[in-house]
Design a protein around this ligand. Sequence first.
Ligand SMILES: Nc1nc2c(ncn2[C@@H]2O[C@H](COP(=O)(O)OP(=O)(O)OP(=O)(O)O)[C@@H](O)[C@H]2O)c(=O)[nH]1
Length: 334
Amino acid sequence: MRTFWSRLRDDFQLSIITLVGVLAVLGVTPYAVYRLGERNWLVGLTDTFLVSSTLMAVLYAWRTGDTIRPGQFLAAIYSLGAFLVSIKLGTNGVFWMYVLILFNFFVVPPLQSVIVTQVTLAAVCLFGWLHPGQVFASGYQMGSFIVTYELASLFAFVFAFRGRAQRKQLSQLATEDPLTGIGNRRTMDRELDIALADSKRYDLSFGLLVMDLDHFKQINDQFGHAAGDDVLVRFVRLVSDACRASDRLFRLGGEEFVLLVPKVDDAGLSGIAKKIQQCVREGLKRPDGKPVTVSIGGCLLGAHAEREHWLKEADECLYAAKDAGRDCVVIAGR
Ligand SMILES: Nc1nc2c(ncn2[C@@H]2O[C@H](COP(=O)(O)OP(=O)(O)OP(=O)(O)O)[C@@H](O)[C@H]2O)c(=O)[nH]1
């Protein structure tokens, strides 16, 4: 139950698709029953189709975690539904087009929403123009509808566009280190938990390297905070270039970083650590040209069942590397 509520809280698209599912069942089902009861087969079956396909899309989104395809599917069928209801019920059905605008802008990206809402508008107006009196009572009414529909679309577009940009920004702030652009501690915790689960389920091995720049405080003190920041950014670039795309680098805070390495044994982990150590020594210089060095501690996931214990063992190796005089690599068990 906790995962149900946390997924709803954390995944905006999933919560909207679920809300649509609930509204479809509660709101459209009575219409479907009523229309079928009065033998209005086209509208009744359209409503039934909308309810059942919405439920299918909601289930798919919950099962797979993919909210993009269900969103596009729902936008397409609801647009078709709004078109059919408009041409069948005339002015009474056309009111649903405004609900469609809001719905589309919630469930698919703004540009796709513009396309699908404009295509639906064009289809309804074309039908109304070819069948005078069936959808709109007059040309004036159709004109008013087009203007109000376009205004509502414009406001929805601006709102959706800004909302998406802000959600993206918020998610970046919550998961990325703003200075270096790599994952922050929160992201690392999540990725380590996934590694623990994968290791249990698929019997995969994972290694962890904790890296700490040596005498970093001196760089800040001698050359200023901006020079220190620049060293951190260049360190991240060097390490990212030195390791594989499947390795994940995180910033724990300050001048301490963690590298998560999948499918590795202790010899491999030691090899990667030494490669990073060498790349840093050769490629990372202070503003006065002296080399910056890094101390690295690491261990395999092995029998650890808890993320904290795994990190603690790697941290202890890092302390041992610092105690050994810095610019050192200590890997547990080697
Ligand atoms: N420029 C910069 N400095 C930072 C940042 N975060 C932490 N620091 C500084 O990093 C320094 C870390 O100092 P210490 O923990 O003493 O580590 P150290 O000088 O590298 O010494 P050892 O790790 O023992 O080799 C402190 O001066 C912090 O203020 C940051 O984002 N940018």
